[in-house]
Design a protein around this ligand. Structure first.
Ligand SMILES: [Ca+2]
Length: 509
């Protein structure tokens, strides 16, 4: 599509009735005179809601906090599956993992649901300029048809220390000499577009889990991404746009310029208050946090020492503050260009993270701390400086952005628009949020209600082999599984039915 100005776009949208979607034949066309809003979507990899605007003391995230003061903070937003690609695929298609059939990091949704129209693609199809920078879809699984121009990713390394990089390269060469695969292998690709549909990941050669780098912000990936986002905004400011900007930190390895580490004295960094597994929790609920084990300073088995745990928590916070500073640069530019009151900003982390809670690290579980993630929506017509306890699911993001920006909402989506909550933070649209995580043949299905988290682990068609129930009124950190207590039998039966009835039945009536 050739570039169009905002005026041309509005005229074209009015002429077309602005509803070319086959999924909404009876929906009224949005008012032609009402200007559609731009979208700036900020995706932060592995960012848990440990931010100033979530009421967590000691965390320095002034830029995200500033965004929160101009929008609504969702205290209880949940991803559909606590790992990168399944979560992102679900959010960006508006469909749940059971529909996308993307449960791993190797399957592209174009293999399983080839005809789906993604969130950015929907904007592109409605005359917007849709552009993606850095990690929006999972690495190696980009979706070219989502974008108006090719997706961009910075060509920078994960570490700054030359010795680390040289050591990693040496180990890669050794593995290659042994005939081992260190790069991802494309097993199947789309013959027309070349999109990788099925990949097999190689051995991920890693350095240390963190590095306080003696480099400026822009020498690392997220600084370069912010710079590119600023330049992009200047280029696309005169046409309606959907700009998705992805930041890699605080994903492992926790690498950030040293000045961000200096914000957090090591000796005062707190450890997780609950480093023990929840009482009476089943074994299947846990992982051996393989993702972290691959780093050179992490033991292959057993718990971390308090000293290492403290180092990692500090480094995670430093990495989060680094990304926060980059986000500030992008929002500053949006304001400088005079676009702030014509742009919906949505910020999300793709899932939660365990920083030693329950003796766990990384994500990959159904615990609240892994499923709960930041979601902040700042809309010109929305509430400002509000925090809401309304239950939100990441599958709701697609219809929410459509409604706030003024686009029709495709009928096949499997979430509900949170726009009523964005306008009035006292509203709610969901009585529950659903997450899931597979362990081999067993699927862990989890539901978060107003008061409880309940999880069933079962093979398809079979009775659950393990269940968990946590009462968030008395046990917000999920330290005691009360599912087996006789006095909760009726409660378990009720919530189990809610879980099986699914998301459609979980609408606020
Ligand atoms: Ca992630």
């Amino acid at each position: 599509m050739p570039p169009v100005t905002r005026r041309e776009f509005m005229a074209a949208a009015a002429a077309a009735g602005a509803c070319a979607l086959i999924t909404c034949p009876s929906a009224p066309a949005p008012a032609a005179e009402k200007e559609r809003l731009n979208v700036l979507m900020i995706a932060v990899d592995d960012l848990r809601p440990e931010l100033g605007c979530y009421g967590v003391p000691g965390i320095k995230t002034p830029n995200i906090d500033r965004l929160a003061r101009n929008g609504v903070v969702f205290n209880r937003a949940y991803c559909q599956q606590a790992v990168c690609s399944p979560s992102r695929t679900s959010l960006l298609t508006g469909l749940r993992p059971d529909t996308t059939q993307v449960f791993d990091l190797e399957t592209h949704f174009r293999l399983t649901i080839p005809g789906t129209v993604t969130l950015p693609e929907h904007f592109k199809n409605n005359g917007y300029h849709a552009q993606g920078l850095s990690k929006i879809y999972h690495g190696g699984l980009d979706d070219p048809q989502s974008w108006s121009v090719p997706h961009w990713a910075p060509a920078l390394r994960q570490y700054a220390n030359p010795e680390t990089l040289a050591d990693m390269e040496k180990r890669r060469q050794q593995l290659r000499a042994q005939g081992r695969r260190v790069n991802a292998q494309v097993l199947q690709s789309d013959p027309k577009t070349g999109t990788a549909l099925k990949v097999r990941t190689g051995i991920n050669v890693k350095g240390p889990a963190w590095e306080a780098a003696n480099v400026p912000d822009n020498a690392l990936i997220d600084g370069a991404t912010a710079q590119r986002a600023v330049e992009t905004l200047r280029q696309i400011k005169d046409k309606p746009f959907f700009l998705a900007v992805g930041f890699l930190k605080p994903h492992l390895p926790f690498v950030a310029p040293k000045k961000y580490f200096d914000m957090y004295p090591l000796e005062t960094t707190r450890l997780a208050p609950n480093p023990q597994p929840p009482k009476d929790a089943p074994e299947i609920a846990f992982t051996n946090w393989a993702e972290l084990r691959g780093y050179t300073d992490i033991p292959k088995q057993g718990p971390l020492s308090d000293a290492k745990a403290r180092e990692l928590r500090r480094a995670y916070y430093a990495a989060a503050s680094y990304t926060d500073a980059q986000i500030g640069k992008v929002i500053d530019e949006l304001e400088r260009l005079g676009l702030r009151d014509r742009t919906v900003i949505v910020l999300w982390g793709d899932h939660g993270w365990q920083l030693g809670e329950h003796g766990l690290w990384c994500k990959h579980t159904n615990f609240d701390i892994a499923a709960r993630a930041p979601l902040i929506v700042s809309s010109p017509q929305g509430a400002k400086g509000a925090r809401t306890d309304a239950l939100a699911e990441f599958v709701d993001v697609y219809p929410t952005i459509c409604e706030l920006a003024g686009l029709p909402v495709p009928a096949n989506l499997e979430g509900r628009s949170l726009a009523p909550v964005v306008r009035d933070a006292k509203r709610s649209v969901n009585t529950a949020a659903f997450s899931q995580y597979p362990r081999g043949k067993v699927m862990g299905r989890s539901i978060r209600t107003d008061n409880y988290r309940y999880t069933e682990w079962a093979e398809p068609g079979k009775a659950p082999e393990a269940v968990e129930l946590y009462d968030h009124r008395t046990d917000p950190d999920e330290n005691v599984n009360i599912a087996a207590k006789p006095e909760h039998k009726g409660l378990v039966a009720r919530i189990s039915k809610m879980l099986r009835d699914g998301w459609k039945a979980a609408a606020v009536k």
